[in-house]
Design a protein around this ligand. Structure first.
Ligand code: CTP
Ligand code: MG
Length: 241
């Protein structure tokens, strides 16, 4: 029984708008992917990390894992080049798992400040018998469903969603390995339009009819997407020390 993590770091970070892939952008002087890898290794429940690197930047990524381990730990790192979509990058990571792995955590490098405690909560829930587990936070905004926008960009409200039933989900997401592999195989086989509707691995499991469970998420696991998210992450990091 071994738990491995797939750390997806192969995106370009278009919305962040830096001169390098987002996972290599510094937060407190340390690249996002290294923060995320340390949290996975620091959880104590992850034996190996498969880092899915941006194509053309594998050497730069490898430089952050001297001796083939997550710095400060004995957790081994395997590097694989990513794909054109997040889903393809996760699939590349899945293909690199050793035979002894039975539980897989999929984590976004962009959620650099997710804590080791969150990693443990997700892994524990999978080991307790849930085949697919995601962290999620209650939604604080009021959510409206809208119709098509007019030329000025105004859209008519069609209804207000009951937000008490909603959760904004995060990573790491945890899975029984066979479940995640089946979900990815089915996702890859489906029409591309339909497959694109699943923006996370849990969505692929749902499409397969697998029951997905939500455990409490954390503010620190918020994704760095826009420049303001990076500024907020700097504040969260500064508050830790
Ligand atoms: N990701 C990946 N491979 C891709 C696309 C995304 O491994 N082809 C990873 C990113 O590196 C990130 C996570 O998936 O850690 C979430 O994706 P997102 O926040 O959208 O990151 P980017 O795709 O890099 O950003 P953008 O969409 O703004 O270009
Ligand atoms: Mg993206």
């Amino acid at each position: 029984m071994t738990t491995a993590a797939i750390l997806v770091a192969a995106g370009s970070g278009t919305r962040l708008g830096h001169d390098r892939p987002k996972a290599l952008v510094a937060l407190g002087g340390v690249p996002l992917l290294l923060h995320a890898a340390r949290a996975l290794a620091g959880s104590g429940c992850v034996s190996r990390v498969v880092v899915v690197a941006p194509a053309g930047h594998t050497a730069a990524v490898a430089g952050h894992f001297p001796d083939g381990v997550v710095p400060g730990s004995a957790v081994g790192v395997v590097l694989v080049p990513g794909g054109a979509s997040r889903q393809a990058s996760v699939a590349a990571g899945l293909a690199a798992l050793d035979d002894d792995v039975d539980v897989v955590l999929v984590h976004d490098a962009a959620r650099a400040l997710a804590t080791p405690a969150l990693v443990r909560v997700v892994e524990t829930a999978v080991r307790a018998g849930h085949a697919a587990v995601v962290p999620g936070l209650p939604v604080t905004d009021t959510i409206k469903e809208v119709g098509p926008a007019d030329p000025a960009g105004a859209a008519p409200v069609r209804g207000t969603v009951d937000r008490t039933r909603l959760r904004a989900v995060q990573t790491p997401q945890g899975f029984v390995r066979a479940t995640l592999e089946a979900a990815h195989a089915a996702g890859a086989a489906r029409a591309s339009d339909e497959a694109r509707a699943a923006t996370d691995d849990a969505g692929l499991c749902e499409a397969l009819g697998v029951e997905v469970w939500v455990v409490p998420g954390e503010v620190d696991a918020r994704k760095v997407t826009e420049p303001t998210d990076l500024a907020l992450a700097e504040l969260l990091l500064a508050r830790r020390v």
